[in-house]
Ligand binder design. Structure first.
Ligand code: GDP
Ligand code: IMO
Ligand code: MG
Length: 426
C-alpha cells in the first residue's frame, strides 16, 4: 500500500506549502485540505504563470489528481465559485470530477465577516489582525453547534429559514457591540440558495470517498493551511487561527482514522515571517527585516499586507517539529538569504535571565523572551534556481545542515525559487 503523507507549515504560515504540495502531488492520487478556509493563500507557479489558491487544494495543477475539500474546512461558497471559475479559465478544465467538497463543511456567511470586523474593532490594540474572511466567527458557530453546513445549503426548502434564525441572533450581537451595521437577511437567503445549486455537482460525502480510496490502496496527500504556530490549540494563542493546522487536524478534518496518516513533512522558510499581530521573538525591525521582505517579496498572498520578517526561530520550529512528529523538513526561500554576510539563527529563548526549556504557552511570555543567536557565515552568492545540492556553496550547505541537526530531522527538499524546477530533491 502506498503511503499517505501530511504536509504542514512549521511556522506562522506562508512557508511555501503550495509550491511543495504541487510538486509532491505528482506522486499521489488525491490531495485533501483538512482545515482553514479562504484565509489561506497558497502560491503555485506553473511555467511563467503564478496562481494563488485559497480553498482549492494545490494538487489541482497535476492532471488526474483528485482534490478534496474536507469537512474541517470552513467554506465561503462565493469564494469557492470564484476560485473554481478562475482555475477553469486558466487551465481550460472543468473542476467537476477533479474537485470534491464535503457535505459537512461549515459555511461562512456574510454576517461572519461583519461580526469579525466588529470584534476586531472592539479589541482595538489587542486585535488579532485576522484576514477578515469570517473564519473565526464561522468556527465559533460550528463549536457552538449552530453553524450551517454544506448539506444545509443544498436543501433550498429549509435554508432560508435557517439563515433567518441566525441573522436575528447576529443582529442582536452587533447591536450589543454597538456596531453601526446590521445584516439584511433576504439578499443572503437568495444568494445562498443560488450558490447551493451551483456547488451541488461538487458535493459528496468526502469521508466515504477518502476511506474508499484508502481501501483501494490509493495514496493521499493531506494539505495543511496556515502553520503549526497558528494552530488554535498549539499555536501562539490567542494570536492564532481558529482551526487545527498541525498534523493532528488531519483525521478530524477529513473523517479518516489517524492510522491512515503514515508520515508528516514540515515546510519551513530558511528564515521566519508572520502576518497579523502576536509575539514574534526573532522579528527584525531594522534594515535586515526590510531586506528579507524585499528579497522574499513578503507580502500576504491573501490580503497583500506586508509580512513581518525575521531570522530563523529554532525553538519555535523545534516545538513544531515535536507537535507534528515531523519525518523530514522542506526548507524554502534559501535564496532570499543570499545577501547576508552573517545569518543569525535563534538557538535558545532566554527569559528573566534563564534559558527556557519549553516553548511558552503564554503569548505574554513569548513577547518578552530574548532570542539567543548563533551567527552563521553567509555565502554571498546567488542560489537562485539551483537544482543540485552539490551546486550549493559550502556555507549554504552548512546553514542547512545546522538547521536539520538542530531540528533533529532530515532535509527532504530545498527550494531555491518559486518555480517547480527551482528545487533540490534530497
Ligand atoms: P503558502 O501559504 O505556505 O503556500 O506560501 P505562500 O504562497 O503564501 O508564500 C510563499 C511565497 O514564496 C510565494 O510567493 C511563493 O511563490 C514564493 N516561494 C516559494 N518558494 C520559494 C523559494 O524557494 N524562493 C523564493 N524566492 N520564493 C519562493
Ligand atoms: P497560509 O495557508 C499566514 C493569520 C492571520 C492572523 C491569524 C488569524 O497561506 O499559510 P484568521 O483570518 O485565520 O482568523 O486570522 O492567522 N493567518 C495566516 N497567516 N498565512 C496564512 O495562511 C494565514 N491564515 C491566517 O494573519 O494573524
Ligand atoms: Mg500563504
Amino acid at each position: 500500500m502506498k503511503k499517505n503523507l501530511a504536509v504542514v507549515g512549521v511556522q506562522w504560515g506562508d512557508e511555501g506549502k503550495g509550491k511543495i504540495v504541487d510538486i509532491l502531488s505528482r506522486d499521489f492520487d488525491c490531495v485533501a485540505r483538512y482545515q482553514g478556509g479562504h484565509n489561506a493563500g497558497h502560491t503555485v507557479s506553473v511555467g511563467n504563470r503564478r496562481h494563488v489558491l485559497h480553498l482549492i487544494p494545490s494538487g489541482i495543477f497535476q492532471a488526474g489528481v483528485k482534490c478534496v475539500i474536507g469537512g474541517g474546512v470552513v467554506l465561503d461558497p462565493l469564494a469557492l465559485l470564484e476560485e473554481s471559475e478562475a482555475i477553469q479559465t486558466a487551465l481550460s478544465i472543468s473542476v467537476k470530477g477533479r474537485l470534491f467538497v464535503s457535505n459537512r463543511c461549515h459555511l461562512i456567511l456574510p454576517y461572519h465577516r461583519v461580526l469579525e470586523a466588529a470584534i476586531e474593532k472592539q479589541l482595538g490594540e489587542r486585535r488579532i489582525g485576522t484576514t477578515s474572511r469570517g473564519i473565526g466567527p464561522a468556527y465559533e458557530d460550528k463549536v457552538a453547534r449552530r453553524g450551517l453546513r454544506v448539506c444545509d445549503l443544498l436543501d433550498r426548502s429549509t435554508l432560508p429559514e435557517k439563515i433567518r434564525v441566525q441573522v436575528v441572533e447576529k443582529n442582536r450581537v452587533l447591536e450589543a457591540l454597538k456596531y453601526p451595521q446590521t445584516i439584511d437577511c433576504e439578499p443572503i437567503c437568495e444568494a445562498y440558495v443560488r450558490y447551493g445549486e451551483k456547488i451541488r455537482p461538487l458535493v459528496i460525502d468526502t469521508s466515504v470517498m477518502l476511506n474508499e480510496l484508502i481501501r483501494d490502496g490509493k495514496s493521499i496527500l493531506f494539505e495543511g493551511a496556515q502553520g503549526t504556530l497558528l494552530d488554535v490549540d498549539h499555536g501562539t494563542f490567542p494570536f492564532v487561527t481558529s482551526s487545527n493546522a498541525a498534523a493532528g487536524g488531519v483525521a478530524t478534518g477529513l473523517g479518516i482514522s489517524p492510522k491512515h496518516v503514515h508520515g508528516v513533512i514540515g515546510v519551513s522558510k530558511a528564515y521566519t515571517t508572520r502576518v497579523g499581530a502576536g509575539p514574534f521573538p526573532t522579528e527584525c525591525h531594522d534594515v535586515s527585516g526590510e531586506l528579507l521582505r524585499t528579497r522574499g517579496n513578503e507580502y500576504g498572498s491573501t490580503t497583500g499586507r506586508p509580512r513581518r520578517c525575521g531570522w530563523f526561530d529554532g525553538p519555535a520550529a523545534r516545538y513544531a517539529t515535536m507537535i507534528n512528529a515531523l519525518d523530514s523538513v522542506v526548507i524554502t526561500k534559501i535564496d532570499v538569504l543570499d545577501a547576508f554576510d552573517e545569518i543569525p539563527f535563534c538557538v535558545d529563548y532566554r527569559y528573566k535571565g534563564s534559558v527556557l526549556k519549553e516553548f511558552p504557552a503564554d503569548a505574554a511570555v513569548l513577547a518578552k523572551i530574548e532570542p539567543v543567536y548563533k551567527n552563521i557565515r553567509g555565502w554571498k552568492q546567488s542560489l537562485d534556481g539551483k537544482k543540485e545540492w552539490s551546486d550549493l556553496p559550502t556555507a549554504a550547505q552548512d546553514y542547512l545542515k545546522f538547521l536539520s541537526a538542530y531540528l533533529g530531522v532530515p532535509l527532504n527538499m530545498i527550494s531555491t525559487g518559486p518555480g517547480r524546477d527551482e528545487t533540490i530533491q534530497l
